[in-house]
Design a protein. Sequence first.
Length: 297
Amino acid sequence: MNHGVSCFMLRTSQFVCTIRQMVEFINRLRYGEKRMKVVILCGGQGTRLREETEYRPKPLVMVGNHPILWHIMKLYSHYGYNDFILCLGYKGEMIKNYFLNYDELAHDFTLRLGSGKKEVHHHANSTPNWNITFAETGLLCETGSRIARIQKYIGNDEEFLLTYGDAVADVDIGALYRYHRSKGKIVTVTGVQPPSPFGVMAANDGMVRAFTEKPQSEDWANGGFFVCNKKAFEYLSPDGSTIFEQDPLKRLASAGELAMYHHRKFWHCVDTFKHLEGLNAYYNKGQRHWMVWEKGL
């Protein structure tokens, strides 16, 4: 990613700092380094995006110069959350290899053939300080069971963050977490209002009186970006067939243990190739609303 601000550097004999690194440092002071883990569902086969997922897992589809998974992790990192658990499945080895080779993929490097000696030339936007657990949760496994299978990595933590590996947003993670704590429920889901896929008509007497192309929905949809108390595991099973969005969330709602955080700003999922093209169109036009780390917000 080549933004002019990232190339400006302050130098002294002992100190080198980019403007972006200064912003990240200020955000660490503002938000603190959070110990809560971030669980990202990365194991689905992405059958509606077969143009891409025939060759790579959906979390590795490219948005601009990076995979969508990187964008999601950058959002959490911006708010101080740097401890990730990736629930792997379909083509999970490609996600492992992406991060195992991250330095070489993200930076220039010099390789001395024969000896194999390698020198990585780090750019101004240095390698993120992320701790990543790669959890193999099964090829044919539903979302709820994937979450259940990583319970051991949550350890004694009372809460964890959870989201999907195919959607970006400018969700204020700090505000989301504070809202969750204020409600005192087991799970908080981020509710979003995506545009309708169809134009909407108002008509009477067989005549169209008004037409709105793909208006914002008035209903609230599951946008991911959950906060979960560890009691959520009581609603899950590692049997492979538990779909988080069905029985577990329905039971939580019936028990009065499912809160919703209303997010009225940017949210975009990548379910189809058209969705991916749309997100990259935003990126290419500079309308990168989800990239809050670039804005220093």
